[in-house]
Design a protein around this ligand. Structure first.
Ligand SMILES: Nc1ncnc2c1ncn2[C@@H]1O[C@H](COP(=O)(O)OP(=O)(O)OP(=O)(O)O)[C@@H](O)[C@H]1O
Length: 265
């Protein structure tokens, strides 16, 4: 059950096209979505439907052509300056010449003065929470892919952002490892509720983590359907085996297949 209190992310009528004028392709067409504070929302849809573009617009990495995004009531620029947005990319992007602890502390060290009055999380504590307590002095190259991705997630939490934007953070992992990382994130989030936008291709992942699942349609990218995930929280891996989980899986897969078939017409 969501503990939504006010809008964490408010996306209103966002449109975005790419390409030179005359041959522009509309990637997002009038997308509106609100993610409440403390709500976990996954975005799923056919390849190329604009999921990453929507996340990048929300993160302020690219500008929308039309529409607005507000984060905790502020413009994306202001929210980004105030470190309210945490971003976890597809690949961990850790600096190979710095230890894991240095990598996680790096955002704090970059501008100490600006961070002096911020509430910051303890990097060592975060790393321990994500099961990396014994790996702090190792270098990224000495860690498995899953451990590297957990370090990247820990790094995104150091500013204790109100909003977490995650773009397929586990896509490079094998299924077993992926499930382990997913459950580690779920555990952490269940006691540190943030507004989360989570892009994924995995139906079980979206169900296990989310309060709501946004199914996108392609060409142009738009919201086709929003599915409520009313499984009780806190959730554990036991939820996979329940009838409710399987019923939801059928609903989400059907919605996704419809959009995938339409995308190939
Ligand atoms: N900077 C860019 N310039 C031109 N086209 C772009 C740019 N970024 C994305 N696109 C195009 O926009 C469309 C949507 O891309 P996007 O990465 O948002 O989709 P996606 O749903 O995240 O895809 P996937 O599931 O395959 O990761 C694609 O056709 C892509 O080629």
């Amino acid at each position: 059950m969501a503990v939504a209190q006010g809008a964490g992310v408010e996306i209103r009528n966002v449109s975005k096209s790419f390409g030179p004028s005359g041959s522009q392709v509309t990637v997002l067409d009038g997308v509106s979505l609100t993610i409440g504070m403390g709500e976990f929302v996954s975005v799923i849809g056919p390849s190329g439907c604009g999921k990453s573009t929507l996340l990048k617009v929300t993160a302020g990495l690219i500008d929308a052509d039309l529409g607005t995004v507000t984060i905790d009531g502020e413009s994306v620029t202001a929210a980004s300056r105030d470190k309210k947005i945490g971003l976890v990319p597809q690949s961990p992007a850790l600096l190979p010449w710095r230890t894991v602890l240095d990598n996680v502390q790096l955002p704090l060290a970059v501008n100490k003065k600006a961070n002096s009055d911020r509430i910051l999380r303890d990097a060592k504590e975060l790393l321990s929470t994500f099961g990396l307590g014994n790996a702090m002095s190792k270098y990224p190259g000495q860690l498995s892919g899953g451990m590297q991705q957990r370090a990247a997630i820990a790094r995104a939490f150091v500013f204790d952002p109100a909003i977490m934007l995650m773009d397929e953070p586990f896509s490079a992992l094998d299924e077993m490892n992926r499930d382990l990382q997913r459950m580690a994130l779920l555990d952490f989030w269940q006691s540190n509720r943030k507004a989360v936008m989570f892009v994924t291709h995995s139906v079980p992942e979206a169900i296990m983590l989310s309060d709501r699942i946004v199914v996108m349609a392609a060409h142009p990218g738009r919201i086709a359907q929003i599915i409520d995930v009313d499984l009780p929280r806190p959730r554990t891996a036991d939820a996979y085996a329940t009838d409710e989980f399987r019923d939801l899986e059928a609903v989400v897969r059907t919605a996704l297949h419809t959009q995938m078939e339409d995308a190939h017409v």
